[in-house]
Design a protein. Structure first.
Lengths: 60, 135
């Protein structure tokens, strides 16, 4: 059993969302003040929105 | 019963879990909650993957969208709980997605919101990070 086998069936929108959120989490961890923290969270929201768009409108 | 865990993937999984655990223990308040949520989601997915392959050779089922939603909600929601502006921003973006009937309409709405919050605009017909990569 491949412990990461579930990744094989991961939809594109979920993969994109995960990448965007990972980047946002990295920025959040490195944020040194509230402004930087807010910017990281806003980029997380944008990644979430983009993933939701991809899921709702898969063909554009 | 076949249980063959590839060394590389097992090590990768272990490193990710340890990294998340470290963030959960050492990170700032909001980040700790997010890391714990991500860790929980990862362990849930791992458990599901292992148990689904116990009896036969069928591939494990895809990760539940609910599981990812749970992780997303924890990451954005828990961390944004102390910051009003990102929370409002997220709510407006999600509303754009919910109300739009086409991708163009959704992106136009999103750009209106971004402009009000002084964020860079999203290109219309965004190509996406992994276009053609995992489809």
């Amino acid at each position: 059993v491949n412990p990461l086998g579930f990744l094989d069936e991961l939809p594109t929108w979920a993969a994109e969302g995960a990448v965007g959120l990972a980047v946002a989490l990295f920025r959040l961890v490195r944020a040194e003040d509230d402004d930087a923290r807010a910017a990281a969270l806003m980029s997380a929201a944008e990644a979430t929105k983009a993933a939701l768009d991809r899921r709702k409108f898969p063909n554009g | 019963m076949k249980k063959k865990i590839e060394t590389t993937t097992a090590i990768t999984f272990g490193v990710v879990v340890v990294a998340l655990a470290a963030v959960a223990l050492l990170g700032a308040d909001g980040v700790q909650t997010a890391a714990m949520g991500a860790l929980g989601a990862l362990v849930l997915a791992f458990t599901k993957s292992i148990t689904s392959g116990d009896d036969d050779d069928r591939p494990p089922p895809p990760a539940s969208p609910a599981l990812m939603s749970f992780a997303v909600a924890l990451l954005v929601g828990a961390c944004a709980s102390s910051l009003e502006k990102p929370r409002d921003y997220e709510a407006e973006l999600i509303a754009c997605n919910a109300l739009a009937t086409s991708l163009d309409e959704s992106i136009a709405c999103e750009n209106d919101v971004r402009a009000r919050y002084r964020r860079p605009l999203r290109p219309v017909r965004d190509a996406g990070i992994l276009e053609g990569g995992l489809r």
